[in-house]
Design a protein around this ligand. Structure first.
Ligand code: 8NA
Ligand code: MG
Ligand code: MG
Length: 345
């Protein structure tokens, strides 16, 4: 028997928080030597830690808004969520938001804003954002809805508040589905887990807007399915270097260059990795490997952390690591409350 359902729910939110808090150290650094990653993680152990706690960034600030909106409304409520994003930005504008998305918050704060989805549509000359900001906050949707179709619908609408490009919102749907299927214990099937994801993404990427957005950005048709097949192929190799992952899947701020990467991290670290400490749990391996990729480390680690946390549960999250993070108690308590909400449906 795997971890209990409650342990997986808590693990998903705590895993997301940890990925963001430990990943923030390296965000934007292209080459992160594994030594530095392991040293940073060692610093989280009780005996090595000063008084400092690791602050969360925009990834968690927005995830917290999604959780709080779901818990207070018991349903997905796009206007309530838009208001929370904008108010959170006004309260704490320096959490490291993407350069474009702050325009959305400013418009949402204006009393003249009648349609909450309009500011997102106006981003980047009307093309909408393809950043990973929709995906980084998608996990709570998977913790609130047991049905796959609901997860798809509400993760898309949750992303549409800031990310109107299909490359942006489909990345969010993929991340929510990755957590959704991991909660059900499907991650350990590796190839079959990827087939589940590909099956769902195929129908989304067949939509007219997905096809035209991909062409406009010079991407092949079915960009997410293409990358997920690449993930599958890479998992079948005996080992894969950090350089190969970065080159073939990416480590950037585009959802297309980070969501499949996070999924790869979780799958790749299901088995022991010779370069990582042998006493590490699968959860710890996943975070360490994500950070070593460099680039958008906080966001890739928050997504991989949510998937791994949903798979392994709290048993594999070191208490010492958890205690280093700002807001760790909220994450655990909210995981439990979302679990109740999920089970009530
Ligand atoms: P976003 O919507 O502003 O997108 C992020 C960036 O992607 C934009 O600033 C653009 O450079 C680029 N981009 C997105 N869509 C387009 C487009 N259609 N055409 C041209 N360029 C485009 O914000 P987001 O919420 O998606 O961003 C998430 C990322 O921002 C996360 O990594 C998050 O951690 C944060 N971030 C913070 C820092 C930092 O300095 N702390 C650095 C990078 C990213
Ligand atoms: Mg961030
Ligand atoms: Mg980031």
């Amino acid at each position: 028997a795997g971890p209990s359902s409650l342990s997986r729910f808590r693990g998903a939110l705590v895993g997301a928080l940890l990925g963001d808090c430990v990943g923030a150290e390296f965000e934007g650094t292209e080459e992160v030597p594994l030594d530095r990653v392991l040293q940073h993680l060692d610093g989280l152990e009780e005996e090595n830690r000063g008084d400092g706690i690791l602050q969360y960034s925009d990834d968690t600030a927005m995830t917290r808004c999604v959780v709080q909106s779901l818990l207070s409304r018991s349903e997905f409520d796009v206007s309530d969520l838009g208001r929370r994003f904008a108010e959170e930005y006004r309260r704490a504008p320096l959490r490291g938001y993407g350069a474009g998305v702050v325009q959305v918050f400013k418009k949402l704060l204006s009393p003249r804003c009648a349609d909450v989805l309009q500011p997102a549509r106006e981003q980047f000359g009307g093309r909408g954002s393809f950043g990973n900001g929709g995906a980084m906050r998608a996990a709570p949707i998977a913790l609130a809805y047991p049905q796959t179709q609901d997860v798809i619908e509400f993760s898309r609408r949750c992303a549409l508040l800031t990310h109107a490009s299909s490359l942006g919102y489909n990345g969010a749907v993929l991340q929510a589905l990755a957590v959704h299927f991991a909660l059900q214990g499907a991650l350990c099937s590796g190839g079959q887990y990827l087939e589940l994801l590909i099956g769902e993404m195929e129908s989304l990427e067949r939509e007219e807007k997905a096809l035209s957005d991909a062409r406009e950005l010079n991407e092949a048709d079915f960009p997410y399915c293409t990358r997920l097949r690449k993930v599958k192929e890479m998992l079948e190799r005996s080992d894969v270097s950090v350089e190969e992952v970065v080159m073939e899947l990416g480590n950037g701020i585009a959802a297309l260059h980070s969501v499949p990467t996070a999924i790869f991290c979780a799958l790749h670290c299901l088995s022991v990795r010779p370069s990582l400490p042998p006493h590490y749990s699968g959860f710890q391996r996943t975070l360490a490997f994500s950070l070593a990729l460099g680039g958008d480390t906080d966001t890739i680690a928050t997504m991989a952390g949510a998937i791994a946390g949903a798979h392994y549960g709290m048993e594999q999250v070191p208490a010492s690591w958890q205690r280093c993070c700002e807001g760790e108690q909220d994450a655990e308590e909210w995981g439990e409350r979302l679990h109740k909400l999920y089970q009530s449906r």
